[in-house]
Design a protein around this ligand. Structure first.
Ligand code: GDP
Length: 679
């Protein structure tokens, strides 16, 4: 995964505040945003930003009056425009202050006021600064003097001035009439900004250069499409392939429900793993004190997976029966590896949800992975689901247990996830003992339905394998293998739409590298044989898992897992923002505009944030504007990718690739359908 853990993502928006806006409940949130404009209006002349105002409101229980008192006590005033009226014989000393009570120092007697700051400090009135020769105050006193004498205080132009303990002296007025000093408090920030807005001497040079550079036309390297190596009858080739259709299914479910064991059993009973291999795995697992894992080890191949006894990454196996092909994806059940599970689901046509009948509740609870996995699968476009109620040997093959679990899962799938009941199949199994996986079970006398293998064959027949060859070729890279030659690379993945042939030029986004497809192969293990075949293909079509050997690559380094491959005639431009229909799951805190989260799709994860809430679908179907989203809301939102651009497709362009999952603090919080790409 991408070099960071989403658990590490901090809500940096609020981290310097003493409160956490995300943690507010709906009521508090509404109070905050009701009071915020009011306090902003009152405190507009104070040097206090919005974040601090929110914190002040929160700490004053959203009372605008109390909050304003706190602002007045603790924050400096911005400069306003004050008019000082100094009567004849008025003060020798003019004191200025950055606070609202400047007028007190105006016509009062200077000698009395010189102790003001100390008193103010004592009262805790921070920010009272008396006139000095420095910075802004100095400039102001110069203006006073200028208003009076027409000269400034430096004396060079006739005025006089001195410094004395940080105060400035203005001459006593000489006229008999009242003298009005109008002090235009200078807004130095705007002044500086205005100065920088004017072109300086060097700016013109830069402008000229920019104009020249703009005229230079940089040639966009346009990828040149190339013809397939061989002229073939595409329709005949597609018909041949579809005579043995391929179904890909992902096995999902809570950790330890027996997913790897179930797949191991399937492979063993189909003869793809021979007894010799299983015997070797049994000995190895016994040596590590994990003899019950021998079947699971067929799929869990890494040292980490074997020593921890959990699947860490997705593992893919292709098998063939005399009439059908299957791609099996084993996915991790542990909550730490949900991102890998998302990757597995995004490559599958069908989900097999495996349930441990012996500890159903722990998997089905909110802390378990059963509901989260099912929700993610549905959100990522999986419309058909097979549910295996496994480990029935431990429950003495109880039909009561089986029926009770089926009822609860069916209810969740239909009521909460809107699955069509006709697209759900339930199968009792024991992966460990092999009951009802490939072989029917004598222990399950009350069950008359099909075995798991038979169900998978039925599902393969139920899925439409008709490929619309007019759809553009799109494949997401799930693995990369280096070749011995510098300009060659072997990439593998599932073809998401369209077809591709050897000889054609492809473009890889976001790097926009181009390459020529040298060869296409499918790796498969046949029933009864442990040999893995690399079948060279004349073309590859939607739904197939293939290896593409690429050549004529300018640079292999820019190609990454999760990149999208298209034909050179159909280059995908990566984007930074997109509009999507976001469905939120059960979330603990409201999701505010600006909230960061991690976006997951096809094996990649990217830090992102909620940039805009366009509309929210309410119960009565109406759409209204809100600044935050709560549990189970559906909203049209704009999502911004924070670290890099991604090549994306809308859900209309690709039913599966146009979907994303969003996670925060290590939990899946929602899923979205991409509606529009924003450049
Ligand atoms: P995963 O984490 O879902 O892949 O689960 P594993 O396949 O690694 O199995 C976890 C444990 O459950 C192992 O000890 C298996 O031997 C055990 N197990 C798996 N299937 C069954 C079953 O059908 N019956 C019994 N009794 N144990 C099983």
């Amino acid at each position: 995964m991408g070099g960071f853990d989403d658990d590490d993502l901090r809500d940096y928006e609020n981290e310097d505040l003493g409160f956490d806006e995300d943690a507010l409940n709906d009521d508090e949130y509404d109070q905050l945003y009701d009071a915020l404009p009011k306090i902003k209006a009152l405190a507009k002349n104070y040097q206090v930003d919005e974040k601090a105002l929110k914190e002040i409101l929160w700490s004053n229980y959203f009372s605008v009056e109390d909050s304003f008192e706190e602002v007045k006590q603790n924050y400096k005033r911005e400069y306003d425009e004050y008019v000082w009226v100094v009567p004849e014989g008025g003060p020798n000393w003019i004191l200025t202050s950055r606070t609202a009570n400047v007028e007190a120092g105006a016509a009062g007697t200077a000698t009395q006021r010189t102790h003001g700051p100390a008193r103010a400090q004592k009262r805790g009135q921070r920010g009272v600064v008396w006139s000095s020769w420095e910075g802004q105050e100095h400039a102001k006193t110069r203006e006073i003097e200028k208003a009076k004498t027409g000269r400034d205080q430096t004396g060079r132009t006739g005025g006089s001035g001195n410094t004395e303990r940080g105060r400035c002296r203005a001459r006593p007025p000489t006229s008999s009439a009242s003298v009005y000093y109008i002090i235009q408090h200078t807004d130095y920030r705007s002044k500086a900004a205005a100065n920088f807005a004017k072109p300086g001497p060097d700016d013109r040079k830069v402008e000229n250069l920019t104009e020249k550079v703009a005229k230079i036309k940089i040639k966009e390297p346009k990828p040149v499409a190339s013809k397939p190596k061989q002229r073939i009858d595409i329709d005949a080739e597609l018909a041949k392939k579809n005579s043995k259709p391929n179904l890909s299914f992902v096995v999902i479910g809570h950790v330890d429900s027996g997913k790897s064991t179930l797949i191991g059993r399937l492979l063993y009973d189909l003869g793809i793993v021979d007894s010799k291999t299983l015997h070797k795995l049994t000995k190895e697992s016994e040596a590590m004190g994990k003899s019950s894992f021998s079947l699971a080890w067929i799929m869990d191949q890494t040292q980490e997976e074997r020593s921890r006894g959990v699947t860490v990454d997705i593992c893919q196996t292709q098998i063939e029966t005399p009439t059908q092909k299957f791609t099996i994806i084993d996915s991790p059940g542990h909550q730490d590896y949900v991102p890998q599970m998302i990757n597995g689901v995004s490559q599958a046509d069908l989900a097999v949800m495996n349930i441990d009948a012996n500890s159903f509740e722990s998997g089905f609870s909110n802390q378990g992975q059963t509901k989260e996995h099912l929700t993610i699968a549905k959100s990522l476009g999986i419309e058909r689901c097979v549910v295996t109620i496994n480990k029935l040997d431990v429950t003495q093959w109880s039909q009561t247990v089986y029926d009770a679990i089926c009822d609860q899962i069916r209810q969740f799938l239909v009521d909460e996830l809107a699955y069509d009941v006709a697209n759900l199949v339930f199968v009792p199994t024991s992966g460990f003992l092999g009951d009802n996986v490939v072989k029917p079970s004598k222990n399950l006398s009350w069950y008359t339905g099909p075995t798991l293998l038979q169900v998978l064959e039925q599902e393969n027949r139920a899925v439409s394998h008709v490929v619309d060859k007019t759809w553009p070729f799109v494949m997401v890279i799930s693995d990369i293998r280096e070749s011995s030659k510098n300009d060659e690379l072997v990439i593998s993945g599932r073809i998401n739409s369209g077809i591709v042939q050897p000889g054609e030029t492809v473009s890889i986004s976001p790097s926009q590298e181009t390459a020529v497809v040298d060869s296409i192969s499918i790796t498969a293990s046949s029933v009864g044989s442990s040999v893995i075949k690399h079948d060279l293909q004349k073309l590859a079509q939607e739904g197939e898992f293939v290896e593409l050997k690429l050549k004529k690559l300018a640079s292999c380094e820019n190609i990454k897992i999760g990149d999208v491959v298209t034909l050179a005639s159909n280059v995908l431009q990566p984007v930074k923002k997109f509009k999507c229909e976001l469905n939120l799951f059960n979330i603990e805190r409201p999701l505010l505009v600006g909230t960061p989260f991690v976006l997951f799709k096809n094996g990649i994860s990217v830090p992102s944030r909620l940039s805009e809430i366009e509309s929210i679908v309410t119960k009565d179907g109406l759409s209204k504007k809100r600044r935050h989203l709560s549990s189970n809301n559906t909203a049209v939102v704009v999502v911004e990718l924070l670290e890099r651009e991604l090549p994306l497709l809308t859900v209309a362009q690709n039913h599966k690739l146009g979907r994303v999952v969003v996670r925060k603090d290590g939990r899946s919080i929602g899923a979205g359908k991409i509606l529009e790409l924003v450049a």
